[in-house]
Design a protein around this ligand. Structure first.
Ligand code: BGC
Length: 369
């Protein structure tokens, strides 16, 4: 079983100057600046050493589209080389690379052309994917994109992420286009024998009986709508919390104030398996807190339900904790601490938290199984 952690390029690499987010951070339309983050772009060797020492055998990271194509038609070969080196080093350390091709941020030039709201822009994404395939990156698992429904909701319905729109029509357009983007990318990668999926932001429900119809609608649109339409080899579940389908208000725990509900993960895994009969990978699961003991409890209590699902015969092929290291939490900047590892903003020195050893114990138990 694959046990490890997950991150995304924009959140950990630092200095992704060619991305739309960077532009809006400077412009003042976003509340925080990502800046250098934990500079994983330069500190990846150190980070891989830590992963290895913790016995993790998987690492999910993303390739930053805007680094590969900083401007239209201009390929940055150095960046490709960087990701190739990163993957090679992971392999050398027997850590399975799980590569996300797109995690929220876009090159600014691609954004200017209308991003994924315009179907014809898909061709640019395809050339990017082609370059990555041709680079011969030594990975087995690829994720075409991260949380398409959440991306469309935050950017086109709630107006919280670029392009800050609140338009149900644009929201729908983006989702329809993203199914197409996923399916084309899927087919391109399948020709080369990769195992391919995407991740889904999925939610549990602790609902009072009276909320049943709201629960049904919310569950269908947020959890299953996209999955029922797009192509994939395994179900990628990003799970953090339960939501209230009536008020959507959170009264919860930790720095995000989320409703922690481990049983919700069991519901999602079993429903995903009964619907699709495909393996499941927990591509994200995490807790932001300054209380590291709470984080350990979070991991243990969620993993209990994964074990329960496996006992029932469901193939859960991986568990990736979000996140390896504290990072840029989008509109919350650096105020949220999801990491198993923290870092010193000045020296970039890493400190492994005790909760990392909770995951290590799980990794030790499941290695080779
Ligand atoms: C996203 C991550 C984010 C995490 C915690 C997930 O939905 O993929 O980028 O940091 O949630 O909020």
């Amino acid at each position: 079983m694959l046990i490890g952690t997950a991150t995304s390029a924009y959140q950990v690499e630092g200095n992704n100057k060619w991305a739309d987010w960077w532009y809006f951070e400077r412009k003042g339309d976003l509340p925080y600046r990502s800046g250098k983050s934990c500079d994983q772009y330069h500190f990846y060797e150190k980070d891989i050493k830590i992963m290895k020492s913790l016995g993790f055998n998987a690492y999910r990271f993303s390739i930053e589209f805007s680094r590969i194509y900083p401007s239209k038609g201009k390929l940055n070969r150095e960046a490709i080389e960087h990701y190739r080196k990163l993957v090679d080093l992971l392999r050398k350390n027997e850590i399975e690379p799980i590569v996300t091709l797109w995690h929220y941020t876009l090159p600014k030039w691609f954004y200017d052309l209308g991003g994924f709201e315009r179907a014809e822009n898909t061709a640019y994404f395809e050339s990017y994917v082609e370059k990555i395939i041709n680079a011969g990156i030594d990975a087995k698992y690829f994720l075409t994109m991260n949380e398409p429904v959440n991306y469309a909701t935050q950017g086109y319905l709630m107006g919280e992420y670029p392009p800050f729109k609140r338009s149900p029509l644009a929201f729908r357009r983006v989702l329809v286009n993203l199914i197409d983007v996923n399916d084309r990318t899927y087919s391109m990668l399948k020709k080369h024998g990769y195992t391919v999926s995407f991740t889904n932001a999925m939610y549990g429900f602790k609902y009072p009986k009276i909320a049943y119809p709201f629960y049904k609608i919310t569950d269908y649109t947020l959890n299953w709508w996209f999955l029922k339409r797009a192509k994939f080899d395994f179900v990628g579940i990003n799970y953090y919390r339960a939501i209230n389908p009536v008020s959507f208000r959170q009264h919860g725990k930790g720095e995000m104030n989320w409703t922690i509900y481990p049983q919700g993960l069991y519901y999602l895994i079993s429903k995903a398996y009964s619907l699709f009969k495909k393996p499941v990978m927990i591509t994200e699961n995490g807790f932001a807190s300054s209380d590291d003991r709470e984080r350990s409890k979070f991991i243990t209590s969620h993993f209990k339900y994964i074990e329960e699902a496996m006992r029932k015969g469901i193939p859960v092929i991986g568990y990736l904790y979000w996140s390896f290291i504290d990072n840029f939490e989008w509109t919350y900047g650096y105020t949220k601490h999801f990491g198993l590892v923290s870092f010193d903003k000045k020296t970039m020195e890493r400190h492994v938290r005790r909760s990392a050893f909770t995951l290590k114990r799980i990794a030790d138990k499941y290695r080779g199984i």
